[in-house]
Design a protein around this ligand. Structure first.
Ligand code: ZN
Ligand code: ZN
Length: 319
C-alpha cells in the first residue's frame, strides 16, 4: 500500500496514463495513505519511515532515514539518498514537520555512505527553502569533520547564494555538528535522545539511538550484528526499528559476503531471538537486505522465532 505501489504502477505503465486516471490514482493513493498519515496527526509521537533502502539503488526504497515526530518537530535519524524527496512526500500528505525548512536536527548512526549521502541535500535544500538556524548534527567521531568537508565542498554554492541577489537566510547553510558516543546526547522539551554502542563490522563507534518522549520510547538499532545494547535500550519499548537480512537467502551467499554480513548485520533468525528478549510493542524491520526475498518472506522467517507484533517497513509508512 501507499505511494510506492502507485509509483510502481506508474513506472511500469507501457504508455502515458490519461489525466483522469492520474486523478483517480492520486485519490486512491490519498485514500490508502490517509489513515496512517491521519493517525500521525491525531496522536502523539510518530515514527515516519522516510527510507528503508540499502546501497542497492532500489527506486522503491530511498536510503535509510527515519523521522521521529514529536509535538511538531521532526528528529531525523540518518540521511540516506532521497531523504528530502521522501520528506517532501510525507509533508505533502500532511506531516508538516517534514517540510524541508523545518528539518533542523539529525542523528547519525555511523558514517557509512548509504546513511550519510543525503546530508548535502538535507543541509542545502533545507537552507534554500528557508531554514534559519544551522542544521544540528550529532554522530560518531568523524561527524564534525564530515560536516566541515561538506561545507567546504559546497563553498562556491554558498558564496553564490549569499553574495548574489537570491533572498536567503544568513545562517541556514551552517552545520552545528558534534561528535558523540554512547550516553545522553540531546535533550529538549520534547525528547531525550540517548546513544548506545552497537557492533558493525570495523567501526570503532557505531551507534543506535533511543528517543524518549512523553508518550513513547522509540529505539533505532542503526547497523549492527545482534547486540545486547539494543535489548537493554528497548526493554519493552513502544517501537523497535531494527535492521535485518534474510536468513534463508544468506545461506545462498558467497562465503566472503557471509563473513561480512555475519559481522555487520542481523539475520531474521537472530532478530527474532533478540526481539523476544527486547519485548517491543512493535518491531519494525528496517534497512532490509532481501536478496530476492519479499516482505512476506522476512515476516515468515521472523515468525519462526518471535510471537510479537512485527511489520516489514516500506518508505513513507508511519508507526
Ligand atoms: Zn553500515
Ligand atoms: Zn547500512
Amino acid at each position: 500500500m501507499g505511494p510506492s505501489s502507485w509509483e510502481r504502477r506508474n513506472q511500469l505503465s507501457p504508455r502515458p496514463i490519461p489525466r483522469i486516471m492520474c486523478s483517480l490514482l492520486l485519490a486512491l493513493v490519498t485514500l490508502l495513505a490517509g489513515p496512517a498519515l491521519l493517525r500521525a496527526q491525531a496522536s502523539g509521537t510518530q515514527v515516519v519511515i522516510l527510507g528503508t533502502g540499502t546501497p542497492n539503488p532500489d527506486p522503491e526504497r530511498s536510503g535509510p532515514a527515519v523521522a521521529v515526530v514529536v509535538n511538531g518537530t521532526a528528529y531525523l535519524v540518518d540521511a540516506g539518498a532521497g531523504i528530502m524527496r521522501r520528506a517532501a512526500q510525507a509533508a505533502a500528505l500532511g506531516v508538516a514537520p517534514l517540510l524541508a525548512s523545518r528539518l533542523g536536527i539529525v542523528f547519525l548512526t555511523h558514517l557509512h555512505s548509504d546513511h550519510t549521502i543525503g546530508l548535502p541535500d538535507l543541509i542545502h535544500t533545507g537552507w534554500v527553502l528557508g531554514r534559519k538556524e544551522p542544521l544540528r548534527m550529532f554522530g560518531p567521531p568523524g561527524t564534525a569533520e564530515l560536516a566541515r568537508h561538506l561545507t567546504e565542498a559546497y563553498a562556491a554554492d554558498i558564496a553564490n547564494r549569499t553574495e548574489g541577489l537570491q533572498p536567503h537566510t544568513p545562517n541556514g547553510w551552517q552545520v552545528d555538528a558534534r561528535d558523540v558516543s554512547a550516553g545522553k546526547v540531546y535533550q529538549d522539551s520534547n525528547v531525550t535522545v540517548t546513544a548506545f554502542q552497537v557492533a558493525h563490522d570495523g567501526w570503532k563507534v557505531a551507534l543506535g539511538y533511543r528517543l524518549e518522549s512523553k508518550d513513547r520510547v522509540v529505539v533505532i538499532s542503526g547497523d549492527t550484528r545482534p547486540t545486547d545494547a539494543v535489548v537493554d535500550a528497548c526493554n519493552g519499548c513502544d517501537v523497535l526499528v531494527h535492521e535485518v537480512y534474510s536468513a534463508d537467502k544468506f545461506a545462498l551467499r558467497e562465503p566472503d559476503w557471509q563473513r561480512y554480513h555475519a559481522d555487520a548485520h542481523t539475520s531474521t533468525t537472530q532478530l527474532a531471538a533478540l526481539a523476544t528478549r527486547a519485548r517491543p510493542k512493535l518491531l519494525v524491520l528496517f534497512h532490509q537486505l532481501f536478496w530476492d526475498a519479499t516482505d512476506a518472506d522476512l515476516l515468515a522467517e521472523i515468525a519462526r522465532g518471535y510471537r510479537g507484533r512485527v511489520v516489514s517497513a516500506r518508505d513513507l509508512e508511519i508507526y
